[in-house]
Design a protein around this ligand. Sequence first.
Ligand code: AMP
Ligand code: ZN
Length: 118
Amino acid sequence: MSDCLFCKIAAGEIPAKKVFEDDDVIAFHDIHPVAPVHLLLVPKIHIDSLAHATAEHQALLGKMLLLTSKLAAEQGLSDGYRTIINTGHGGGQTFFHLHMHIIGGTPLSTHVSEISTQ
Ligand code: AMP
Ligand code: ZN
């Protein structure tokens, strides 16, 4: 996966504005934020998309979901936040290494489709 951007960021080969890292995941600011806070939470292992995840990734995916509240709190998102996982071309995914968007810091529409990351 030598040409995968998020693998390179996870390996420290490409810089990112990192806010969290452990053995399994890394979180950093999106380079094109759509809101005052826009983080990406990325597993360090390469998984193409959520549709490519399997039962062996269950704990990792659960960990990512549970981490969002800690990361959001650290960013001051006391009023809430939105998590988005774009999956596949039809789901708006542009970088094919599974990642979760954590977005907040401004009032968000109740219509999820009105938030775009493109
Ligand atoms: P998606 O469309 O769900 O695949 O989201 C990919 C996201 O990666 C977009 O929101 C981009 O702005 C973001 N992105 C692309 N390159 C970088 C980078 N070098 N550092 C941080 N975020 C990036
Ligand atoms: Zn990758």
